[in-house]
Design a protein around this ligand. Sequence first.
Ligand code: SF4
Length: 456
Amino acid sequence: MVNHADLSEKFNVDEPRVNWHDETLWWVRQKRDRAAKQIPEWEELRSVASSIKDNVLSNLSEYLAEFEKNAKQNGVHVHWAADADEHNQIVLEIIQSHGIKSIVKSKSMLTEECHLNPFLIKNNIEVVDTDLGERIVQLAEEPPSHIVLPCIHWKKEEIGDLFHKHLGTPAGNADPIFLTRAARAHLRKYFLSAKLAMTGVNFAIASTGEFVVCTNEGNADMGAHLADVHIACMGLEKIIPERKHLGVFLRLLARSATGQPITSYSSHFRKPAEGQEMHIVIVDNGRSRQLGRLDFRNSLKCIRCAACFNTCPVYRRSGGHSYHTAIAGPIGSILAPNLDMRNYADLPFASTLCGSCSNVCPVKIDIHQQLYKWRQVLVEEGYVTKEKSVAMKTMSSVLSNPSKYRLAGRLGRWILRNAPFLAKNRWNLWFKHREMPEAPKNSFREWYLENKVNKK
Ligand code: SF4
């Protein structure tokens, strides 16, 4: 079974890449800080956003029913999917009912979560991702490693090579403007010929039945306006009650994600244009179950800004693929065990619990506390390895008993001095990644007692 530690180790083989990945994301985090500081009411905005989402989560079924009623009145086809399989099947049936063989798709983490692309490809449908970062990872046959910056782990020289191979750009040209223009020309033919476009949904407004899609590239708009059929897929937590609430989230989203005041395009879709067809697929896929877990329901407030990724010291130095799930980072480590405790039991442990994620979260999700809570649940339910279980029980017994603690300290110092190989070996996972300390002459307690006595 794959786990975060092993996958991080692979990512860490390339040290310059790790340093560069770390620094780039920290730079984005600093941009976020500067943008947030320019808004005097930033903290108030966060609190209001969190309260709006509290209201939504407490009245979810009513808001969803209201959204469905209004969307249908607007002429939109509304579909409900209990899980990823149902979502994929619904999308496939719409595509096949129009005899379509190739579609364009803008960024949608929900479709990543449902593994839609491989499903459609298996059913002989060509899918072209039109977000630049997503197109890059698609050409590289990789999943995105970040929900806002899908190819943040790629260097521009590598993208130059990839485009040379797939798009026929000149070898060795890694100029970002040139590569972006090449991608634009490459995607244009797909935009112009696609009969069906898919988009995600950032916010769905219950009182009007419309939905809002935020992009920086305008690719969602281009796809949806040119195609005959538009399918938008949304997780059921994307609902907000009224249009007036949108301003709160739009002000928070882009600033938290990239430090921009607003995304370049915040497009409202309410009804199909004449001669076009619009579908919306509302997906549960474990969200109702998470809503029922009182300790974790707040995670459904997430607006997918990725601020928690950019600030997380573990994410920055282990890379998105080490999380082996569509939504990586701190929030992904809370969402994934809800879907499958066995496969994702490692993720809540991939954190220092420093709390930086909770500090930057625009909707005030108590992320690090939920990670800590998941650890407890996973241990209680028997999903952690025997080694970890035994080690934690031993630690608990030693740390809660002063005599055992003192004895363990003496033993540890003796080993480091006289038999270091017992600590410095490949079976000691702590040693594998850290320098072992020099054994001090005595413990802090002994030092303290000695000095306190001397002072007197
Ligand atoms: S948990 Fe908060 S910080 Fe992380 S992606 Fe979601 S909204 Fe952004």
